[in-house]
Design a protein around this ligand. Structure first.
Ligand code: GLV
Ligand code: MN
Ligand code: MN
Length: 410
């Protein structure tokens, strides 16, 4: 198989996965949905064609395993199969498809590795359907709290109920947990979702660290009333209070370096044009590569909420739905990946990740590292997310070099 064929093979699989969506006009595939079930089935077929044994674990991860010629710990590869709403086709999927194609290349050449390889299509990384996130990777690392299974989606369906519809037994959640001695490392390949590689004119790079993140669900409660009869100075308008909070988040994050804050969801009730909004729900997503900076921003934001609530006669409650510390990638794996990049003929640039990844949760189980692949205009979480077949083939080449280097003990 030459690199053009490999690039095409990767793109054919990416395209096939992109057709599995809850909406025919865009790509939306939420965790534990019927579309997720179909994606797992397709990925499972590909894994089998690449000579792997497959299974779905208790949290809905699809796992393929290829035994090595010698017993011992395995290398885990993979990324997520869920998407944001109206998302791109490479975020997550590239990190499942490229490893499968690499295993297929080795299988078709009759090349056996000394060590076992597992590829995981993680069940939830985006945290779109449920308020919590990283369910698949946390369950494998043994850090998913069983209480999280009571989190509900917008239709009131809990993760536990969704797992039952998915054919899994939520009581068996613990069985998804793996032991540290089962693995010697995890490598996640992912599109960069940023502009650095494009600017440096490089197809691929090594990730040094992943930024930490906090996610909050915020409820602002005021008093609904008639839009025509309640004078402005007697209102407890939850939406204007929420607006003030949103602008304060922007100002606080803008005043600090290396922290970003986003309110991406807002819901006002009762939601009529002639009624003062009495209740508002909003999300908050905060990220920084420095945990102390993120905590500092968080404190400033929460105390601003208190001040807004007091001044406007509102009640503002906050519920933390996700906290992840920033994590540093494993030095040895990073240096092995850098060597693999050099073997492929590229300069091994190191860059950091502002986005969250399954690798942050797997870091609690085994040493982890990541490869970033160039994407067009650094655009992601967007239907125009794009990359080239050539870069996909370059990513497969680097991963194959890495697998072979480790096999040779270098
Ligand atoms: C996942 O893509 C995230 O970083 O939110
Ligand atoms: Mn992703
Ligand atoms: Mn994403």
């Amino acid at each position: 198989m030459n690199s053009t064929t490999i690039g095409q093979l990767i793109f054919d699989k990416i395209d096939a996965l992109a057709r599995i969506s809850e909406n025919p006009d865009n790509l939306t595939r939420l965790s534990l949905s019927p579309e997720h079930q179909r994606a797992n089935a397709l990925v499972g077929e590909w894994m089998q064609q690449a000579g792997m044994q497959i299974r779905t674990d208790a949290v809905g991860n699809i796992i393929g395993r290829c035994e090595g010629s010698e017993p011992g710990p395995a290398l885990m590869l993979g990324s997520h199969l869920d998407t944001v709403r109206d998302g791109g086709r490479y975020d997550g999927m590239l990190g499942v498809v490229v490893p499968i194609v690499c295993m297929q290349v080795l299988h078709s050449r009759g090349e056996t590795l000394r060590y076992p390889v597992e590829i995981v299509g993680f069940s939830d990384e985006e945290g779109v359907r449920f308020p919590s996130t990283l369910h698949g990777s946390k369950a494998i690392a043994g850090t998913l709290d069983a209480d999280t299974l009571q989190d509900t989606d917008a239709d009131g369906i809990s993760i536990a109920e969704a797992l039952v519809s998915f054919g899994q037994d939520p009581q068996q959640l613990h069985s998804a947990k793996r032991q540290p001695d089962e693995f010697f490392g995890f490598v996640e390949l992912h599109i960069e979702q940023g502009p650095v590689l494009e600017k440096e004119n490089l197809p691929i790079g090594v990730v040094s660290a992943i930024a930490g993140a906090s996610r909050y669900q915020i409820s602002v409660t005021g008093k609904a009333g008639h839009a025509g009869t309640v004078p402005m100075n007697l209102r407890q308008d939850a939406l204007t209070g929420a607006s003030e909070c949103i602008v304060a988040i922007e100002a606080i994050c803008g005043s600090l370096s290396d922290v970003v804050g986003t309110v991406g969801q807002i819901k006002a009730a009762p939601g009529a044009g002639n009624v003062i909004p009495g209740a508002v729900e909003l999300s908050l997503d905060l990220r920084s590569s420095e945990d102390a900076t993120r905590k500092h921003a968080e404190q400033q934001i929460l105390s601003t909420f208190d001040a807004v609530a007091e001044r406007r006669g509102l009640t503002i409650t906050t519920h933390c739905r996700h906290q992840a510390s920033s994590v540093t990638c494993d030095e040895q794996l990073c240096s092995q990946l850098a060597t693999a990049i050099q073997t492929s003929g590229y300069r091994p640039l190191t860059l950091s990740s502002g986005a969250g990844h399954d690798a942050m949760a797997i870091a609690a189980l085994t040493p982890m590292a990541m490869l970033f692949v160039r994407c067009k205009d650094g655009l992601s979480h967007h239907p125009d997310e794009s990359m080239t077949r050539e870069d996909a083939a370059a990513a497969a080449d680097v991963l194959l070099n890495f697998l072979r280097q480790i096999n040779a003990g270098t």
